[in-house]
Design a binder for this molecule. Structure first.
Ligand SMILES: [Zn+2]
Length: 312
């Protein structure tokens, strides 16, 4: 897709030389176009996403016109990720890098200093944020509200793809429209499901307090052992604080996240006698055949886990 046309020196010569030059340029341009078309037909836009969730959303819209890969492996915390040399290579060879933004990918600055001319697009940009508890910084997990995915992530991705590949405009727009309908259905379904949770059990307790946007959208409370994944996770003070809170409430379950070390929440469950209600996906989608290997499926599975454990 990236065709660099370099200017050659001026031609100071007679008519035959001009003719030869014209033939040369004509064939060079034709060759160039053929190469460009071949690349487009072979693999389309090369898209890199920071996390698997954004990769899935971008892939839903890019369809057959793009190839998507993500950097943070499934099962790892994106806040704590250390990029490896192949990430720099992938970003460098791509047409675009989609990130979340709002401080999720602090490691990306280090990576992008080595990647000069590839656009880096923050897909959550302009989405309304909720601050981290005890901080002015925004919580970056906006994707846990499907309406925000529809209104911000999808919008940003589709406009970027059209800019990079204008021939695909109607294709991208149609796919974005279809996917947005599915996200609206997902939102309505989650709303309906979570209405079943009784008043006294309407709280999501996870290791990282990452379900703020989900909780806000579906009229739930949420809390975590720690506020956002960081090198200091599960300190004795953090554990004591959440144990105290749980003991003051009547919660039927606490939850594990797929990307977080389960031992902290397991010890809290032991100490308080409140059972683990299941594993939910917050920072990644599930592996193939996990039943959660797309954004929509992961949100459905999370909702089934929450509703199942909190309505018993
Ligand atoms: Zn997170």
């Amino acid at each position: 897709m990236k065709v660099h046309v370099k200017r050659s020196g001026r031609l100071f010569c007679g008519i035959s030389c001009v003719l030869i030059a014209m033939i040369f340029f004509a064939s060079a341009i034709t060759g160039c176009e053929t190469q460009q078309q071949d690349k487009q037909q072979d693999s389309g836009l090369q898209i890199v996403a920071s996390i698997s969730i954004i990769a899935d959303i971008a892939g839903q819209i890019a369809g057959q016109r793009g190839e998507v890969q993500y950097l943070v492996p499934i099962g790892e915390e994106p806040e704590e990720y250390e990029p490896i040399p192949s990430d720099i290579r992938a970003a460098n060879e791509s047409d675009v890098v989609f990130v979340n933004g709002y401080g999720l990918e602090v490691w990306l600055n280090r990576l992008m200093t080595n990647v000069s001319d590839v656009p880096v697009i923050p897909t959550a940009k302009n989405g309304p944020t909720i601050s981290l508890v005890g901080s002015e910084s925004p919580d970056p997990h906006l994707w846990l509200n499907p309406e925000y995915v529809r209104d911000y992530y999808v919008e940003r991705i589709v406009s970027t793809l059209i800019e990079l590949d204008p021939d695909g405009e109607s294709y991208y727009r149609e796919r974005a429209r279809d996917y947005s309908h599915k996200l609206t259905d997902l939102h309505e379904w989650i709303k309906h499901q979570t209405e079943q949770i009784p008043d006294e059990a309407r709280v999501i307790i996870t290791s990282e307090n990452c379900f703020k946007y989900y909780a806000e959208a579906y009229d739930l409370d949420c809390m975590g052992i720690w506020e956002i994944n960081a090198p200091e996770e599960g300190t004795p003070q953090q554990i004591a604080r959440i144990v105290q809170k749980i003991e003051d409430m009547t919660v039927p379950a606490v939850f594990l996240e797929s990307t977080v070390d389960p031992r902290y929440m397991e010890s809290i469950s032991d100490e308080t006698g409140v059972p683990i209600g299941g594993v939910v996906y917050s920072d990644d989608i599930g592996e193939k055949n996990s039943g959660a290997d797309s954004y929509i499926k992961m949100m459905q599975q999370n909702t089934d886990v929450f509703v199942g454990a909190l309505t018993d």
